[in-house]
Ligand binder design. Structure first.
Ligand SMILES: Cc1cc2nc3c(=O)[nH]c(=O)nc-3n(C[C@H](O)[C@H](O)[C@H](O)COP(=O)(O)OP(=O)(O)OC[C@H]3O[C@@H](n4cnc5c(N)ncnc54)[C@H](O)[C@@H]3O)c2cc1C
Length: 398
């Protein structure tokens, strides 16, 4: 499901035949926003994607911007996600100004609902640390939840309301980032697979694109679920793995829901501007099998109709699947590696790549342009998976 847009301009940005300062591998939301921010800092950037623009996870996403819904507790991921959510209003306005595309950003709020006793215990655990952290959250009874979202059914026993959570149209966002990056001078090579990162004397010096050498000062790995398959990228093979998610789009009755409604560990409903409701999603370890399955859809629709019986008669408008780039500890991989200079990671965003895109773009562009990022990237370093390499670098001269 790539984005339909004219690519002639993007292909035409040729940097006068010079080698780019940076090659970004992967043109999903992460690669695009990193490329955009680097180009805005004056860098010459080439993005390479083996498929079409936004053909993978970034356009499959439901567009939930939900740090409070997603985090299991305080920690570096929550901090990163909150900082990224805060960047969204400005990013949406910037992209609209530059491209005319409305990315559908809205602070619509979210309800985390409980359908059983275990769910209620989970809500109690979550409200504790969120209040301590001074995040906006309110505990609702089932009836109070139905008062704010009248379509919710009797199965809803309790809820947490998060007024600051938001949504965006992930497809429009990815398209807008690619177009803005193109306008900023980024060159785009689509339908071209990067075979490997070329490393010489401990530094990344470019990539091999289907047998052709593309030299670059810095290489950024933003290849989503495929990042671990890139030769020379220095990633242990199973550090990034795909987790399939299936989504169903439903033509819901008008204004059925205002807020995102989520059930911990089971799924969610996301109301959209066009009147559809996205119902998601599965979490499946099936390799790169992109099928939309009967069992997956049945599970999603069973939760959707348990949340609101109004969806039972809704026509199915579409269905699709995508691969979340997961890591062993579910934290993204951001920043440099100890073993290879000029090689930078921006991958492994798992369930939150849309949410984390603005902060990732900012942090990675700062790091490449100035050698430092205003965000502490230590918890997201690849070296947490390779302590030996890290120690070796620490004891050797730069
Ligand atoms: C069903 C589903 C629902 C989701 N919902 C949400 C949500 O509500 N909120 C949220 O924040 N996140 C959500 N996510 C997660 C989010 O979509 C991802 O974290 C994010 O899109 C990852 O972006 P990316 O650019 O790293 O990867 P991708 O979008 O997968 O892009 C990677 C790109 O790299 C390219 N590539 C790979 N290998 C090579 C190679 N060798 N050479 C050249 N190109 C290569 C691919 O073709 C692809 O275009 C969801 C994901 C799924 C699947």
């Amino acid at each position: 499901m790539g984005l339909n847009m004219r690519l002639d301009r993007a292909r035409g940005n040729d940097h006068g035949g010079r080698a780019p300062d940076v090659v970004v591998v992967g043109a999903g939301i992460i690669g695009s926003i990193v490329a955009l921010r680097l180009a805005q800092r004056g860098g010459s950037v080439t993005m390479v994607d083996r498929g079409v623009l936004g053909g993978e996870a970034s356009t499959a996403a439901a567009g939930i911007l939900g740090p409070q819904l997603e985090a299991s507790g305080p920690g570096p991921l929550l901090d990163l996600a909150l900082a990224s959510r805060a960047l969204y209003p400005k990013l949406a306005a910037e992209l609209r100004g530059k491209t005319g595309i409305d990315v559908g950003f809205e602070r619509c709020g979210a309800l985390a609902v409980a359908l059983d006793e275990r769910g209620e215990v989970n809500l109690d655990e979550r409200i504790g640390w969120q209040v301590a952290r001074r995040l906006a959250v309110r505990r609702l009874s089932g009836d109070e939840a139905r008062a704010v979202e009248p379509a919710l059914g009797a199965a809803v026993r309790a809820a947490l309301e998060f007024p600051d959570e938001a949504r965006v149209d992930a497809r429009a966002l990815t398209r807008a980032c690619v177009e803005a990056a193109t306008d900023a001078g980024v060159r785009f090579l689509d339908g071209r697979r990067v075979r490997r990162v070329i490393v010489e004397r401990g530094s990344a010096v470019g990539v091999d694109v289907e047998g052709e050498r593309l030299a670059a000062g810095t290489v950024v790995i933003a290849a989503g679920s495929w990042s671990g398959l890139l030769e020379g990228a220095d990633l242990p093979p199973l550090v990034v793995t795909p987790v399939r998610g299936q989504v169903v789009s439903l033509a819901a009755p008008p204004s059925l829901l205002q807020r995102i409604v989520a059930v911990h560990g089971r799924g969610y409903l996301v109301p959209r501007h066009d009147g559809t409701v996205l119902a998601g999603s599965t979490m499946e370890h099936v390799g790169f099998d992109k099928a939309v399955t009967v069992a997956g859809i049945a599970r999603i629709l069973s939760l959707a109709t348990a949340l609101t019986a109004w969806l039972a008669d809704a026509p199915i408008a579409g269905s699709w699947s995508g691969f979340r780039p997961d890591t062993e500890d579910h934290l993204p991989l951001l920043g440099e590696t100890a073993s290879t200079r000029r090689l930078v990671f921006a991958t492994g965003h798992f369930r939150n790549g849309i949410l984390l895109a603005p902060i990732t773009g900012q942090a990675i562009a700062e790091l490449i342009a100035s050698g430092r990022s205003s965000v502490d990237l230590t918890p997201f370093s690849i070296d947490r998976f390779a302590p030996a390499a890290s120690a070796a670098r620490a004891t050797s001269p730069a």
